[in-house]
Design a protein around this ligand. Structure first.
Ligand SMILES: [Zn+2]
Length: 428
């Protein structure tokens, strides 16, 4: 389960970590060794007789119900009404050591946001925001799933999220920094606001790198001077932002993330590869973006962007020559209230388990490879779009715009499978 990049397999000293299947009927364990050690062992074993390797392991492992302690803290809002609404900063605190970029960087950064904002408020330099700002440090995905399901009041109060997963990778990691938009099923202006700030940091840091002078160079004394070249990226899956933005919660989330990182999930993901300047620039941008959201406006959907505000990403869809819905295309489904959250999370696939129990075959959509997305992404969005209003044809058109053309039959087959396992119901 380790991610491939262009540098994959190049450094034979890296020891990666991964995981075996969580609910495998075959109970076993594994060691991870470096490529160098693996090659040496292979070579040794290949020398024939008398060249054996003996491993001795005592492994105590099992599965049992447990409890998560999730650390969370708030800066209470000032407005009597709005303080019950929250803007959340999220990260994930759970990975193998050293885990510097993934994800000590995100956790340390939101902690620094909390410290900075609180200090400025205490010193009277910054007005207390109208809404409450929350900071959450959960284990990735399953922690957020447990929290939003186990404590539904969180899901109700949180109106927008800034999720940071790998935000400090220096040049050595090969990282590109992304300000990632949400899925098309949940359009929100918060992504545009985030990008407006990211773009500003890009400009200021470039100005400084290029001329040695800028109003806001945002350089840490011990950090690099390279410009931040953050990219405004289409929605990608893989962390807690998927949980928030799932239609059962419907909370827009700004996802700030490095990708690639040649050292992800290895013993080389160390603090030495983290750039203090980048860490310094990261929170500033999010911070201001969210602070803005924190002080304005009251409705759940916030207000539309002001006139003249440039939407950097073209969401317009040409609807003039869409095929008219007919036959199965007219089928309309509505997602049920439970279960909440994405169906496929680390180590567990709700759909696969329940489809098997109900004797439902694997829908073709799940292994479909579209132009800009794969089965898991199509499936996530088809369920998100099943709001009881859009028919199957409209859902097909929407996911085709998002991930590339897909046949209506595949979307219908998946929707019918969702109906059979009780996740959606038909609206007549
Ligand atoms: Zn990770």
């Amino acid at each position: 389960q380790n991610q491939k990049t262009a540098w994959w397999g190049e450094d034979e000293n890296l020891i990666r970590w991964g995981h075996l299947e969580t609910f495998s009927p075959n109970k076993t364990f594994a060691f991870m060794v470096s490529l160098k050690r693996a090659r040496a062992m292979k070579d040794w074993l290949g020398r024939g007789k008398g060249h054996g390797i003996r491993l001795h392991a005592v492994v105590k492992a099992g599965q049992h119900p447990g409890a998560y302690d999730v650390v969370t803290a708030t800066i209470p809002g000032a407005d009597a009404k709005l303080k019950d609404e929250e803007i959340a900063f999220s990260c994930h605190l759970d990975h193998q050591r050293p885990g510097a970029n993934d994800n000590a960087s995100g956790c340390a950064t939101i902690l620094e946001v909390a410290r900075t904002v609180q200090k400025l408020i205490s010193e009277g330099k910054l007005a207390r925001p109208a809404r409450t700002i929350r900071f959450i440090f959960p284990p990735e995905i399953e922690g957020t799933m447990a929290q939003l399901n186990g404590k539904p009041e969180f899901a109700k109060r949180i109106k927008a999220v800034v999720h940071m997963d790998m935000v400090g990778g220096g040049p050595e990691t090969k990282a590109v920094f992304h300000a990632t938009r949400g899925p098309m099923s949940l359009p929100s202006f918060v992504h545009d606001v985030a990008w407006a700030f990211a773009d500003w940091v890009n400009d200021e840091s470039y100005q400084f790198a290029a001329t040695g002078k800028a109003h806001y160079p945002m350089v840490a004394p011990e950090g690099g001077k390279e410009p931040l070249r953050a990219e405004y990226s289409a929605y990608t899956m893989g962390s807690d932002h998927d949980v928030y933005q799932d239609s059962s919660f419907g909370i827009p989330a700004i996802y700030l993330n490095d990708w690639p990182d040649q050292y992800i999930h290895t013993n080389f993901d160390t603090a030495a590869n983290i750039d203090p300047t980048k860490l310094k620039r990261a929170p500033l941008r999010r911070n201001e973006a969210e602070y803005d959201g924190g002080i304005s406006n009251s409705e759940r959907q916030f207000s539309p962007p002001p006139p003249g505000f440039q939407v950097p990403y073209d969401r317009r869809l040409n609807t003039s020559n869409r095929p008219k819905a007919a036959g199965d295309g007219l089928l309309t489904y509505s997602r049920k209230n439970e279960p909440r959250g994405p169906l496929a999370v680390f180590g567990y696939d709700y759909f696969a388990v329940h489809a098997k129990a109900a004797g439902v075959g694997t829908p073709k959509l799940l292994s479909y490879e579209g132009l800009w997305g794969g089965g898991e992404e199509y499936a996530y969005e088809v369920l998100n779009f099943a709001d009881g209003k859009r028919n199957a044809q409209e859902i097909r058109d929407a996911v085709s715009a998002e991930y590339g053309p897909v046949a209506l039959e595949m979307v219908v087959e998946y929707l019918k499978a969702l109906e059979k396992i009780g996740l959606v119901e038909q609206v007549k």
